[in-house]
Design a protein around this ligand. Structure first.
Ligand SMILES: [Zn+2]
Length: 84
């Protein structure tokens, strides 16, 4: 059970927006929402655009811009907003 996982539609939409606009990410968020590709960006200590914590961060480019997480979230939002 992941305590940071969004549960409500509102939270999911907020997270989706965050992932789409984030420029930097820590490795925890990167692993969670994206897939690590061969990193070539510099790693430094700063604020993660996703969780807001000060950690070792890199560019979201190194995690394929969160495409996997974004796709998953969009699907979940789509399913929940679908009118039966
Ligand atoms: Zn983070």
């Amino acid at each position: 059970m992941d305590f940071q996982s969004p549960t409500t539609l509102k939270e999911k939409k907020a997270l989706l927006k965050k992932l789409e606009t984030a420029y930097n990410t820590c490795f925890d968020c990167g692993d969670k929402y994206g897939v690590y590709s061969v990193g070539c960006s510099s790693v430094y200590e700063s604020t993660c655009d996703v969780c807001g914590e000060t950690k070792r961060i890199t560019e979201t480019r190194d995690f394929a811009y969160f495409v996997t997480g974004i796709r998953k979230l969009k699907l979940e939002i789509q399913n929940e907003t679908k009118i039966p």
